[in-house]
Design a protein around this ligand. Structure first.
Ligand code: GLA
Length: 344
């Protein structure tokens, strides 16, 4: 609930994906973690519209709460805000601000952090899976990108000290503890993501076409089954998700066992698959990944997120790298109110 006149603060983290890229689109497996970088929506409930300011945006967004389709009339980041309003249908308006410590467009899910935090601030009541569903639909509607459940679910359900092994078909979540002797770093490629939405939609369409021909890809344990696909590009896309599903399960197993060398090898294999089969990497990114893998004490590295720029995730012994930023798995989104119980 978001009673009128009450001051509300909702915080939602971004995520880094250890492994499991584009597998949420086939209801497969992913292994992300919420990170300590987050987006905060803070303000006061009341009135008949949502008014939000952001230090990163030139203009405030104003969305009436009783308009049937507020997304139609909205532009820029207002589309995302309007799409959350459509999903949550708040009882009262809200006036407040958005601040973030997440770099925008770095592939760390800044948009999922915004939609999750905003849904909570507007009074969404429900469990993390439902919250993720609301945020996902809002992002699909607001951006037109047919994104999966991984980013909002990680933001909503993050666990302090653990990566999340998610079976997206449920979805079900199993926390996998990350020990302190594994360093996880994110290194920005320096490339802000170009063409990512059209390429993303194109990969999704290819996976859907492949599934029409060989059946649900998440159920194909044997990568050999994708050889039945005639189109070589479809074959490569399907092979990526089928082999990636296996890598996620293997990565969760070795992470649980504390075998960080094996974990690194799986991540580096995952990068090769993103480069050669899914084709979402770029030569400059491959070069960065190679040089990180060649650094003594580094177990493995790969591009993380949708690709074509953004960040690389690196796993290593502690203290061997000083590029990028070290991250630890953090708790998921939460809400607090200045008076009363209010925690979500
Ligand atoms: C984006 C999407 C996710 C997922 C990744 C790729 O972050 O929002 O749903 O598909 O790309 O793994």
């Amino acid at each position: 609930m978001n009673p009128s006149g009450r001051r509300i603060r909702a915080v939602a983290p971004g995520r880094v994906n250890l492994i499991g890229e584009y597998t949420d689109l086939i209801d497969g497996m992913v292994l992300p973690l919420a990170v300590g970088l987050s987006t905060t929506v803070e303000g006061v409930g009341g009135g008949d519209h949502i008014e939000l300011r952001s230090a990163d945006e030139a203009h405030p967004v104003v969305v009436p709460i009783d308009e049937e389709d507020p997304v139609e009339a909205a532009t820029g980041w207002g589309r995302l805000v309007a799409a959350v309003v459509t999903e949550v249908r708040p009882e009262h308006g809200f006036t407040g601000s958005v601040t973030t410590t997440l770099p925008i467009g770095a592939g760390l899910s800044s948009s999922a952090a915004l939609t999750v935090a905003l849904a909570l601030a507007l009074g969404f009541d429900g469990d993390p899976v439902d919250l993720a569903g609301v945020a996902r639909r809002a992002e699909q509607r607001g951006t037109g990108v047919p994104c999966g459940i991984m980013d909002p679910l990680t933001s909503a359900a993050g666990v302090d000290g653990a990566a999340l092994l998610v079976d997206c078909s449920g979805p079900t979540i199993e926390p996998v503890p990350v020990s302190d002797d594994l360093e996880i770093r994110i290194v920005h490629t320096g490339i802000s993501r170009r063409l990512v939405s059209s390429a993303y939609a194109d990969r999704k369409a290819a996976l859907d076409r492949a599934a029409e021909q060989v059946g649900p890809l998440r159920l194909l344990d044997d990568p050999g089954r994708v050889d039945a696909l005639d189109d070589p590009a479809l074959r490569r896309r399907a092979r990526h998700v089928v082999t990636e599903n296996r890598r996620v399960r293997d990565a969760a197993m070795v992470l649980r066992d504390g075998d960080h060398v094996a974990l690194g090898e799986i991540l580096s294999e995952g990068h090769a698959s993103l480069r050669d089969d899914l084709e979402v990497s770029l030569p400059e990114i491959d070069e960065l990944v190679r040089s990180l893998i060649d650094t003594p004490g580094v177990h493995g590295a790969r591009l993380t997120g949708a690709g074509f720029g953004g960040c690389v995730v690196v796993v290593s012994e502690p203290g061997v790298l000083d590029v990028g930023r070290s991250v630890r798995p953090s708790a998921g989104a939460h809400r607090s109110g200045r008076s009363g119980s209010g925690a979500a």
